[in-house]
Design a protein around this ligand. Structure first.
Ligand code: FAD
Length: 820
């Protein structure tokens, strides 16, 4: 039997390899129009980001290795251009030579994959706009990055998010632009929010609800035109999604479906029994709804290739629908899903119930875990699980796989309660997250708990009471408008103050305390419901492109709940709250504090900064900075390589109250030394103090004057010989300063500069520039200048000249004076 396969990657090669294992005598010809077969397309974003360093690792096989190991006839650079079904032959074209020829088949397998969705946007042919589907696409992107590209715009879902992360890892400024109000359509909006926050936390700008209208060239750059303004960019990743590559099948008269994919039966046979098809080119049946679906993913593609081979070899092997199980890494977060989401269930007209919960990835007392956000959807009788979405830091992938397996095994939520899953503190909890999801769902179905959801907030019944059962300080920090506070610990004693004629809508942060409160209230005869998942599942505002006026167009659920959350965050602040991500990983002290201060000055009171930093001194610096400036340290928690923290900008009265009583926070440093290390120390301290909102004056005297000399020689008049001699001896500017010790004829100083650069410590020049941007005052001592023969024009612009009196006056006003 001669089998011809079109497409030599996931489906095609999985089919070819299985065929050979089952039939040693079959003639197997694989046509692949690209340069590579069997390459790891899922790894492309990671090579782009430098995570997979060696490009060769993506090239799993070659035609030669496949010939040697499996006796396959693999022809690369060869495109199949037509199928003649009656004659049972294909026409092929060598894309390098343009030579065409025909190849007969007994059975044909179509595995040509997908093509990118490309709406007709003006300027889409700009050379700096790239898809990411193949090795050559990746090579082109890397080449563009190699030309010094600094800014990237990414459009798209799954692949786009992976590309955004990896471009950011390579240091580019990245903006993700999404027409829909949320990222990642397969997630529900309240779950997608966590993913967006993670991107923003790592410095990726995310513009949701913002369609791209076209592209324009500007001196080789791409101006990405959006509905709300233009974004300058050096490269664009255009990954809007995939369409089935069904042209060959269509031209051959094969039946296509509603998604434009080739229609196949369970054996992956097309409407022509001699032709099989699989992978991204076909549409399949959805496992949950039973309807046609198009989910182009590697798992289904590989399994389908294998099933095709089985059937070609006379076995009865059937594909059992596509479930949409997927997992995605977004910086420190894992995002995973299986089955249908709420939007899809609505669309399919299926009734469902849902629970939200936040179990830990593993035992909370064992380091390195964090709560995962877990959403479970199931039938009202609990006999079928319809879908799950999980977002978290550890253990997300195994939980989604357990749920996916449970769905395949037709287990219901009743069964999840009883699953016996592996446990030791580093890996899980004695009540595993999956058990917990089962408990939560079964509690609901048994009537042990009545839930309310964020989207109901706008329609609470008249007279309903919002009862916040968190601690008073949490309540004071922010709460849902109109809520009253009665901490769960006081409820047993205090429920007598509540009114039994009213319905209590209880809530807390993650749903546990409010569940306990609910149980107490119910057993004392109150009407109550508890907020599923707690306020953590209320969608917040996103970092919108406020600078261009682009705002997210959320669903009713989002907008009402977003407003609630904003009110919760600020109490009285009525305007839109922004959350800004700030990635300071790798920056050394005082870099993170400097960047935080710069960022927070651009925000308005109540706005939030999510910062991540790896500098080991940052946690204590941050706490001190917040105490001193009145900004609120909302939370901080360790991450594998540092910490991440959330800071809310102080509303003015708080900030004012936090200032020193006399309102005189001034630091004066005398820079006497011209040694690099001493000047550096003075600049670091100055930046730190400025970050904390203090005024700082650096008073340069004697050798210290070298630090504020211009680098270039300046023509001066009236200098005597001694003045000139001092001028030659006194180094000109920061770049010429040397270490006080171990200078070693320049080697030590050069080494120090190299180490500082490698460890991302800001250079003295950067520190000086940053401090000056923050208002640093530079004063040169007039007496020293005179003695050293320096003229004012030899100093940097903006340096004031002062005498002892001005120093003493500054020192008198300062609460700290240092001599460096
Ligand atoms: P492909 O693997 O795309 O192979 C089709 C091949 O057919 C192509 O090489 C093409 O050149 C060739 N071809 C097309 N037409 C012709 C013709 N006329 N003649 C000859 N050859 C032809 N899925 C996941 O599940 N997880 C992931 O993490 C993931 N990451 C991804 C990352 C990227 C960057 C990309 C692009 C995809 C990713 N996917 C992922 C999707 C997954 O790779 C695809 O679903 C899967 O490869 C589809 O397999 P396929 O065989 O149908 O198509």
């Amino acid at each position: 039997m001669k089998i011809v396969i079109v497409g030599g990657v996931a489906t095609g090669m999985s089919c070819a390899a299985r065929l050979r294992r089952l039939d040693e005598h079959a003639q197997i010809v694989v046509f692949e129009r690209g340069e590579y077969v069997s390459f790891a397309n899922c790894g492309l974003p990671y090579h782009m980001g430098g995570v997979i360093r060696d490009r060769e690792r993506l090239l799993v096989q070659t035609p030669e290795s496949l010939k040697a190991s499996l006796n396959l006839d693999v022809r690369v650079f060869t495109e199949v251009t037509a199928v003649e079904r009656t004659a049972k032959k294909v026409t092929v074209r060598d894309v390098r030579t343009n030579r065409t020829y025909e190849e007969a088949y007994d059975k044909l397998v179509l595995a040509p994959g997908a093509r990118s969705l490309r709406p007709p946007l003006p300027g889409l042919d700009h050379p700096a706009i790239f898809e990411l589907r193949s090795i050559s696409d990746m090579d082109r992107i890397l080449a563009r990055m190699g030309t010094g590209a600094r800014r990237a715009v990414v459009m798209g879902g799954y692949i786009g998010i992976e590309a955004a992360e990896n471009l950011r890892l390579r240091g580019l400024e990245v903006t993700v632009v999404e027409k829909m109000p949320q990222l990642m359509g397969p997630l529900d909006p309240e779950m997608a929010r966590f993913l967006q926050e993670e991107l923003e936390r790592h410095g990726v700008r995310v513009w949701t609800g913002c369609g791209v209208t076209g592209f324009q060239d500007r001196n080789g750059e791409v101006m990405v035109q959006t509905e709300h303004g233009a974004i300058e960019s050096d490269l664009v990743i255009f990954a809007l999604g995939s369409l089935p590559n069904a042209d060959l099948g269509k031209a051959a008269g094969l039946q296509l479906g509603a998604f434009g994919g080739i229609v196949v039966n369970e054996q992956m046979q097309t409407s022509d029994p001699e032709i099989y098809a699989g992978g991204d080119a076909v549409e399949t049946q959805d496992f949950v709804s039973g309807r046609a679906t198009y989910i182009p993913m590697a798992g289904p593609a590989n399994r389908q290739g294998r099933i095709i081979a089985d059937n070609l070899c006379g076995r009865d092997s059937r594909y059992r629908a596509t479930q949409g199980t997927a997992v995605l890494k977004v910086f420190d977060l894992t995002v995973a899903m299986t089955g249908l989401n709420e939007k899809a269930l609505h669309k399919a007209g299926l009734t469902y119930r849902k629970v939200y919960l936040s179990p830990s990835g593993h035992a909370g007392y064992y380091p390195g875990t964090a709560p995962m956000r877990f959403k479970l959807l199931f039938t009202p009788d609990g006999k079928r699980i319809l879908g799950a979405q999980i977002v978290g830091r550890d253990g997300v992938d195994k939980r989604i796989d357990v749920i996916a397996t449970a769905m395949r095994g037709n287990l219901g939520v009743w069964d999840l309660e009883h699953l016996e899953l592996a446990y030791a503190p580093p890996y899980g909890s004695a009540k595993d997250a999956v058990n917990m999801a089962g408990f939560a769902a079964c509690n609901l179905l048994r009537g042990d708990v009545e839930l309310w959801y964020a989207e109901e907030f706008d329609q609470l019944p008249p007279g309903a009471v919002l009862l916040d059962v968190r601690g008073p300080s949490e309540f004071a920090d922010g709460h849902i408008p109109g809520a009253v506070n009665l901490p769960v610990g006081q409820l047993r004693a205090g429920h007598g103050t509540l009114d039994k004629s009213r319905a209590y809508y209880v809530y807390c942060k993650v749903g546990l305390r409010s569940y306990l409160a609910y149980r107490i209230l119910k057993q004392h005869g109150f009407q109550a419901k508890t907020l599923s998942g707690g306020t953590d599942f209320f969608p917040t505002s996103s970092a919108t492109p406020a600078d261009t006026g682009c705002t997210p167009q959320g669903s009713p659920l989002q907008s009402s709940a977003r407003q609630n959350k904003q009110n919760m965050q600020t109490n009285n602040e009525e305007s839109e709250i922004r959350t800004v991500g700030l990635d300071c990983m790798g920056l050394q002290c005082p870099g993170p504090m400097m960047r935080l201060r710069e960022t927070i000055t651009t925000l308005k009171p109540g706005d939030v900064v999510d910062i991540s930093a790896s500098d080991p001194g940052f946690p204590s610096d941050l706490a001190a900075w917040c105490r001193s400036t009145g900004n609120q340290l909302v939370e901080s928690h360790p991450i594998p390589s540092g910490i991440c923290a959330r800071i809310r900008k102080a509303v003015p009265p708080v900030a004012a109250a936090a200032r020193a009583p006399a309102g005189r926070r001034k630091k004066t440093f005398v820079v006497f030394s011209g040694d690099l290390d001493r000047v550096l120390a003075a600049l670091v301290l100055a930046n730190g103090a400025l970050s904390m909102g203090d005024d700082v004056t650096l008073f340069f005297t004697f050798w210290g004057l070298s630090a504020i000399r211009r680098e270039q020689a300046v023509a001066t008049t009236g200098k005597g010989l001694i003045d000139h001699m001092f001028g030659w001896m006194l180094p000109r500017g920061l770049s010429r300063l040397t270490l006080s010790k171990m200078h070693m004829a320049g080697m030590g100083t050069a080494m120090m500069k190299h180490v500082m650069a490698a460890k991302q410590v800001a250079s003295p020049q950067e520190l000086l520039a940053s401090a000056r941007n923050q208002g640093l005052k530079l004063v040169a001592c007039s007496m020293s200048m005179d003695v050293m023969g320096l003229r004012p024009e030899e100093l940097l612009d903006g340096v004031e000249i002062g005498g002892a009196a001005s120093f003493l006056a500054e020192a008198d006003e300062s609460n700290v004076t240092l001599f460096v």
